[in-house]
Design a protein around this ligand. Structure first.
Ligand code: GNR
Ligand code: NI
Length: 169
């Protein structure tokens, strides 16, 4: 078990596109276990491998209240999406920035588990939002890129200001 450092926007490595997992081996199981530990510690409800600088299609999610429902999602494919939901999102890679993003309300996912077995997952509510947020990370996209360019400029200047204050203080 190990905590992994989380990349912060606008780090260029967050823009990398993840590649499919081909080997369902012990190193994959270790990555998943370290990602889950890192997500719970943060704390967050989801984490994509991209955020820990591993550019493979691996996601962990737990939207339960008591951290009792870890979902491990490898090589996800959305096979159906419907409806619209606007939910306020945050991201461990964009600390303390929250804004509303429009997503599909429901998604059906085909994915693999750590053994390589395929499963289908029907999601709505926060789980559906989180799945779409994490799948964006795997494509090199952070939620702020869904916002207007004015809002993106504000986010960047806010993060720069904070970085300056960290140096000064
Ligand atoms: O912890 C997280 N909370 C969250 C809230 C609303 C929509 C998406 C998320 S995901 C985020 C963790 C994270 O950054 N995952 O990539
Ligand atoms: Ni995120």
């Amino acid at each position: 078990m190990a905590l992994l450092p989380i990349l912060e926007y606008p780090d260029a490595r967050l823009k990398k596109v993840a590649t499919p997992v081909l080997a369902f081996d012990d190193s994959l199981k270790k990555l998943v276990s370290d990602m889950a530990e890192t997500m719970y510690k943060a704390p967050g409800i989801g984490l994509a491998a991209t955020q820990v600088d591993v550019h493979k299609r691996v996601i962990v999610i737990d939207v339960s209240q008591d951290k009792s429902d870890l979902k491990v999602i490898i090589n996800p494919q959305i096979v159906a999406a419907s409806g619209e939901a606007v939910v306020e999102e945050g991201c461990l890679s964009v600390p303390d920035i929250y804004d509303k993003v429009r997503r599909a309300e429901k998604v059906t996912l085909k994915a693999q588990d750590t053994t390589g077995a395929f499963f289908t997952l029907d999601a709505d509510g926060l789980l559906a939002v989180c799945i779409q947020h994490e799948m964006d990370h795997l494509q090199g996209k952070v939620f702020v890129e869904h916002l207007s360019s004015l809002k993106q400029m504000r986010v960047k200047s806010k993060l720069k200001k904070r970085a300056r204050e960290l140096v000064t203080n």
